[in-house]
Design a protein around this ligand. Structure first.
Ligand SMILES: [Zn+2]
Length: 250
């Protein structure tokens, strides 16, 4: 891929490494070459260490992250406890308020599963969106995918049982990690599902008894992926189908 020298002061090696990373992020991979070439010099490869705070509620967002590996989780923190409201993996980016002409969000974002990302200054993203209708269109469609996912999860939390929701959450996490082992403390899983820990013990116990997962000391191993999909409510399929539909360019 050619990037004209006046666009960047990055060394050729650094740029080559970033070009190599691009296909690992679904949004970047979906961009046409000209749009991608324009933003390549503004991307920086960064690690996502476990627990790193990405955004604090109400604090202006200055950088966005295109995730390559790992998971960034958005949580709502209230007096009664913490509950997950969204996740971003290699299928997306963080910092959506920037796309929608705002710069803060009410939830906290942190690294739930460690990995790597391509980071971009918010100002560079805005410039790139102005210059590229294709990038703008893709990011708008991504925002809609996340909006629809959040709406589905709100309905799911109200209507579906904990065991089904637990299976859905494990499937979404399994999709975004390499291999079948998910490093998860029980307390964390409880927070992500917005329930108390004993309830999670029961739900995970039922999945384990059915031979679908093995759960021990902060580690969940997915033993039977097909059975886990059967154990999940319909929400997993609805959300993944919708993302597919929106991010596959016509
Ligand atoms: Zn559901």
């Amino acid at each position: 891929m050619n990037v004209s020298s006046d666009q960047t002061t990055l060394s050729h090696d650094v740029l080559s490494a970033i070009v190599h990373d691009v296909p690992r992020n679904r949004l970047l991979a979906a961009l046409p070459r000209d749009a991608l070439e324009r933003i390549l010099p503004t991307l920086t490869h960064v690690p996502l260490p476990l627990g790193m705070t990405v955004y604090e509620p109400g604090v202006p967002i200055t950088q966005v992250y295109f995730v390559l590996t790992g998971i960034i989780s958005m949580v709502s923190e209230m007096r009664e406890g913490t509950v997950e409201v969204g996740t971003v993996g290699c299928d997306g980016m963080t910092g959506l308020p920037i796309v929608l002409a705002a710069d803060t969000m009410p939830s906290r974002a942190f690294v739930q599963v460690p990995g790597e990302a391509l980071r971009m200054e918010a100002a560079d993203l805005l410039r790139a969106m102005d210059a590229s209708p294709r990038l703008r269109r893709l990011l708008y469609r991504y925002v809609l995918a996340l909006f629809d996912q959040t709406a589905q999860h709100a309905a799911c939390n109200r209507l579906h049982g904990l065991e089904e929701r637990c299976a859905r959450w494990l499937l979404m996490t399994h999709d975004r990690v390499v291999g079948d082992v998910l490093l998860l403390k029980q307390q964390f899983l409880a927070e992500m599902l917005g329930v108390h820990r004993p309830a999670v013990t029961l739900a995970a116990g039922a999945l384990q008894k059915a031979g679908i997962i093995r759960y021990s000391r902060g580690k969940v191993t997915v033993l039977d992926r097909a059975a886990l999909e059967n154990a999940s409510c319909e929400c997993y399929r609805i959300v993944t189908r919708r993302v597919e539909e929106l991010l596959t360019e016509d």
